[in-house]
Design a protein around this ligand. Structure first.
Ligand code: PXP
Length: 242
C-alpha cells in the first residue's frame, strides 16, 4: 500500500528568506508526521539553498521516523549520509542552475561510477538506496543490475502534461512500475504531485510504495492557513481600536 512522505525543503526555503529560525523546520516536520506523513524527505543540495547541514543532524537526532535523504552522489554527501544512516538515500542528478530537480538520473552515463564508488559506499554504511529515474525500461534494468532497494519514478513530466500526453505519461509510469516490481525493487514516485494529479497516479500506477510530495503541500498550506492567521492578528489589532 502506498504511503505519503512529505518533502520539507520549502519550509527551509521560507526560513532562509529571513536568515533566522522561523518557520522552524523541525517543528514543521513534526506537524507533517502528526497529520499522516509516514516519514520526512529532505534534499541537502550542494549549494545548501534550503536544507542546511544542521537540519539534517537535527532530523536524525530528534525525529523517530523514516528519513529519506535525497542527494547528489558527491563524496561530501556520501560521507554525511553514511554518518546519518537514514532509512533511505534517494540519489538524484543536481545542477547548480536548476530551480528544482529537472529529470531523472542518466544511469547509462553514471553506471560505472555508481557501481564502483557510489553504491558500495552507501551499502557499506548499510543505507538502502533509491534511484530517481524517468520511466525508462533500460534505466530500470540498469538499476536492477546495481542491486538497489528502490526506484523513484520521476512524475514531473506526467504532472505537467494534459490530454493525450498525460495518458501516455501515465501509461509509461504504469509499465515502468510493473517492471520495477518484477525486478524486486520498491516503486517510489515523486515530483510535481498535487491534489489534482494524485488521483490518476494512484488509480493507474501499480505497486506504489513511497509517494514524495513537497512544493504543492507547502503552497496549499498557505491558502489553508493564511485566513486563520490573518483573522487572529486582525482580531488583536481591532481590539485596540478606540
Ligand atoms: N522526489 C524527488 C527526487 C525530488 O527531487 C523532489 C523535489 O525536491 C520531489 C520528489 C518533490 O517534488 P515536489 O516538491 O514537486 O513535490
Amino acid at each position: 500500500m502506498a504511503r505519503l512522505l512529505i518533502n520539507i525543503d520549502h519550509i527551509a526555503t521560507l526560513r532562509n528568506a529571513r536568515g533566522e529560525g522561523n518557520p522552524n523546520v523541525l517543528e514543521a516536520a513534526k506537524v507533517c508526521l502528526q497529520h499522516g506523513s509516514e516519514g520526512i524527505v529532505f534534499h541537502l543540495r550542494e549549494d545548501r539553498r534550503h536544507i542546511k547541514d544542521f537540519d539534517v543532524f537535527q532530523f536524525n537526532s530528534e525525529l523517530d521516523t523514516y528519513l529519506d535523504f535525497e542527494m547528489a552522489a558527491t563524496n561530501e554527501m556520501l560521507q554525511i549520509c553514511s554518518e546519518i544512516k537514514p532509512e533511505l538515500s534517494t540519489l538524484v542528478p543536481e545542477s547548480r542552475q536548476e530551480l528544482t530537480t529537472e529529470g531523472g538520473l542518466n544511469l547509462s552515463k553514471v553506471f560505472e561510477d555508481y557501481q564502483n564508488r557510489v553504491i558500495p559506499i552507501l551499502h557499506t554504511a548499510e543505507v538502502p538506496v533509491s534511484l530517481f529515474l524517468d520511466p525508462n525500461p533500460h534505466e530500470i534494468e540498469l538499476a536492477s543490475e546495481l542491486g538497489v532497494y528502490a526506484v523513484e519514478l520521476h512524475t514531473g513530466t506526467y504532472s505537467l502534461a494534459s490530454g493525450k500526453a498525460r495518458d501516455y505519461e501515465l501509461d509509461r509510469l504504469a509499465k515502468a512500475a510493473e517492471l520495477i516490481h518484477e525486478k524486486g525493487m520498491k516503486v517510489n514516485a515523486g515530483h510535481g504531485l498535487n491534489f489534482e494529479n494524485i488521483h490518476d497516479l494512484l488509480a493507474k500506477v501499480p505497486h506504489l510504495h513511497d509517494i514524495s510530495i513537497g512544493h504543492a503541500m507547502i503552497a496549499e498550506a498557505v491558502f489553508k492557513g493564511l485566513g486563520t492567521v490573518v483573522r487572529e492578528m486582525a482580531d488583536i489589532i481591532n481590539a485596540y481600536k478606540g
